[in-house]
Design a binder for this molecule. Sequence first.
Ligand SMILES: Nc1ncnc2c1ncn2[C@@H]1O[C@H](COP(=O)(O)OP(=O)(O)OP(=O)(O)O)[C@@H](O)[C@H]1O
Ligand code: SF4
Ligand SMILES: [Mg+2]
Length: 373
Amino acid sequence: MQQQSEAAAAPSSAWAAGKGSALMSLRDVYKQFPSGRQTVRAVDGVSLDVLQGETLGLVGESGCGKSTLGRVVTQLQPATAGSIFFEGKDLAALHGEDLRQMRRRVQMIFQDPYGSLNPRMTVGNIIGEPLRNFGLAHGKERDRQVQEIMRVCGLNPNFNNRYPHEFSGGQRQRIGIARSLILRPNFIVADEPISALDVSIQAQIINLLEQLQDDFNLTYLFIAHDLSVVRHLSDRVAVMYLGVIVEVANSLELYDNPLHPYTTALLQSIPVPDPVIEKDRTPIILSGEIPSPINPPSACRFHTRCPIAQPICSEVRPELLDYGNGHLAACHFAGKLQGSLAEKVAEESVAEIRAAIVADEPGGVDGATPVTA
Ligand SMILES: Nc1ncnc2c1ncn2[C@@H]1O[C@H](COP(=O)(O)OP(=O)(O)OP(=O)(O)O)[C@@H](O)[C@H]1O
Ligand code: SF4
Ligand SMILES: [Mg+2]
């Protein structure tokens, strides 16, 4: 019998701090929005662990539900259903001071630093506002803490009386980061924190986030559109498609040995810096638009665009199964459409793979067989 992924089991209530334990756990989480008489299924049954001290990259095409998942995790929006555990405690059971402490320790960094900063407030007041809201520091002590975090984030502490429009895009993102850090959180959801910035500034912000992770012992859920951004930054990567997680793996493993056809297609859409390899590559082009989350495809969400889809794919929802070492994939034919970032999966081989699996049973290929109980 196939063993279901760790992600589906309830987390232990005896949470112990330490690298490797799940700091944040989601179990069968849903988030739906009304849209007229219909329902947008933005997050549609996600189970996922974010481990203490790690950076978990979350990638997927626009509209697949990444930001919604981030807002649900940080409690900016309530989940429609499912359970979220922080440090082993069910958030639904937290009240009063426990809930306040959880809100203090879980923060979000946004994509658009300008849009998330109040233009009428000085930078010092913007960064210090959470301290005031939580009643943690006043007057000179608040100023001191604000200037200290400005310095840590690479901002001139003497500029605390200036306004957001007086800063560059990169500096404004540093202001957003300083504000999210002032309460000394241990978990941060960074929602595309560099995608609005010039390429030359992006590396500086990435370096800052990495430095802060070491200095403040932070755990990140790092959201990005594309796998190239999260590659070097993430310890593990989760791939999302139309409200569901389709693959999770150690970062290197995911790039070298993707098991889900969607991940393979995403990887192959990234240009390879080596011009010789790039010239020979024939990326799998994802056919068709991403379907609407109002009426998503049945069973495997990806079957309308998958180059190797079979009848079972539209009939039976594939579970997220563990293929070894925590490499999870939700595909009836996991690992059949191989091809790492540097390799191509040519059209002829896709046709061959399709022909081979028509006569085959669903399940993984050699090296991609679910861990059995
Ligand atoms: N408040 C809302 N009301 C209605 N629909 C919403 C709301 N927020 C998000 N959605 C819908 O939920 C789906 C997921 O949106 P979300 O912003 O989470 O995607 P995303 O993966 O972050 O996309 P992007 O990469 O473009 O930021 C989309 O179809 C979006 O239109
Ligand atoms: S379950 Fe079928 S349609 Fe879905 S990704 Fe796997 S092969 Fe493609
Ligand atoms: Mg988003």
